[in-house]
Design a protein around this ligand. Structure first.
Ligand SMILES: Nc1ncnc2c1ncn2[C@@H]1O[C@H](COP(=O)(O)OP(=O)(O)OP(=O)(O)O)[C@@H](O)[C@H]1O
Ligand SMILES: [Mg+2]
Length: 366
């Protein structure tokens, strides 16, 4: 198995680089051959490794030129971990955009070759949805979104999701969401748990179980040009990132075994609106309240779902991509015109029967 994961959030300082470095090092420690790519001209990831100014190796900008040379990454001191560092030259690519070398197709070819040599390719993206970031999203298998545990954590995420959707529809149909990662959690702060609950109520199954705590060893390690696991293996930072790497390896095993499970593959829900379930059609199959003008039309029909079996639900909602073993199923639905047009119906089962349902609307937060 080989996977390209882009670490992205256009918000600055949320832990993208720290996550890229430490997740990549942890995957490597867990014996996954890993390539870390610094996709940000700020070069924070690069400066966390002892790369010399005149280092002879492949730099990120070279990945956009498929025909240039064979790729020779910088080999780090951590076994199984290689790095493609960046230089300020990457800014040129941003300025010249699509006219530089070629388009993201060159990058796609390069990464397709590199995929043969690694289990995981982790890309640290810069804090904007610019040409470089979108090029990486156009070639990645999934996106991991670090979200800092702070007030207004969710501000701006709608922009990221709409870019995700555009890229998915136009360039990369297979782009998936690896997960939303809560970073810099501080249990001493009373509001931290409230924020975690808010993030989880928005993103539900997309949120990683692992939470990255605030830990000074993470920044100390960076200033020593090391991943935290190589700097202080018993620190909370090292433990948290090792747990994240384990969770990702496990999730990908499950995805391989059961491609139809919801898991973190929310792309199926975010897919084209044509796949949306029209509840009025669905409710026609239910034996009650067919009067669409009735004020209770939706609420009464939702109630009718209570007590039905999983088989009944599959019959009603026809093609189902939910995991039959899971006790929570989710359907994207269209009810009335909603602001953001992303309504989800969660059906909770107990003893194989519908116990309750919940409706969620993705609210616009900007
Ligand atoms: N879990 C953590 N505990 C303590 N400090 C952290 C943690 N994660 C990141 N930091 C520190 O917070 C700062 C911002 O983190 P980082 O550089 O990883 O964010 P970023 O999203 O990559 O930023 P940018 O958008 O500028 O690329 C850094 O100084 C980093 O050392
Ligand atoms: Mg960064």
């Amino acid at each position: 198995m080989s996977k390209i994961i882009a670490i992205a959030n256009q918000k600055g300082g949320v832990g993208k680089s720290s996550t890229s470095i430490n997740l990549a090092a942890s995957l490597a420690i867990l014996e996954k051959k890993t390539l870390l790519i610094d996709g940000d001209p700020q070069a924070n990831t690069t400066s966390s490794f002892p790369v010399a100014d005149d280092e002879v190796c492949t730099f990120t900008i070279d990945l956009f030129n498929y025909h240039k040379n064979t790729i020779t990454p910088f080999e780090t001191e951590t076994p199984n971990l290689s790095l493609i560092p960046t230089s300020i030259d990457l800014v040129k690519l941003e300025i010249q955009g699509k006219n530089y070398f070629g388009t993201h197709h060159e990058l796609k070819h390069t990464l397709a070759d590199l995929k043969n040599d690694y289990n995981y390719i982790i890309i640290d993206c810069g804090p904007s949805l610019n040409f470089i970031t979108t090029s990486f999203l156009a070639v990645a298998d999934s996106i991991l979104i670090p979200v800092q545990c702070e007030y207004y954590a969710l501000n701006g995420l709608n922009r990221l999701f709409s870019a995700f959707k555009t890229i998915k529809q136009n360039y990369n149909r297979n782009l998936d969401i690896e997960g939303v990662l809560i970073t810099m959690y501080d249990k001493r702060l009373a509001f931290s748990n409230v924020i975690i609950q808010e993030i989880k109520s928005h993103f539900r199954t997309m949120v990683f179980k692992t939470v990255i705590e605030r830990n000074v060893k993470i920044s100390e390690a960076q200033s020593h040009r090391k991943a935290v696991i190589d700097f202080d293996a018993s620190s909370r930072g090292a433990i948290n990132y090792l747990s994240l790497a384990t969770e990702i390896i496990e999730n990908n095993k499950t995805d391989e075994m059961n491609n139809d499970s919801l898991g973190k593959s929310l792309h199926k829900i975010l897919e084209d609106t044509t796949k949306e379930k029209d509840l009025t059609t669905i409710f026609e199959k239910l034996p009650i309240n067919k009067d669409k003008n009735s004020a209770n039309y939706f609420s009464e029909n939702y109630e009718k779902l209570i007590g039905l079996s999983k088989k009944d639900i599959i019959t009603i909602f026809t093609d189902s991509y939910n995991d039959v073993y899971s006790d929570v199923w989710v359907f994207r639905i269209r009810e009335r015109t909603s602001f953001f047009k992303k309504n989800y119906l969660y059906i909770h089962f107990y003893n194989q029967r519908v116990d309750r349902y919940e409706l969620t609307v993705f609210k616009k937060r900007e």
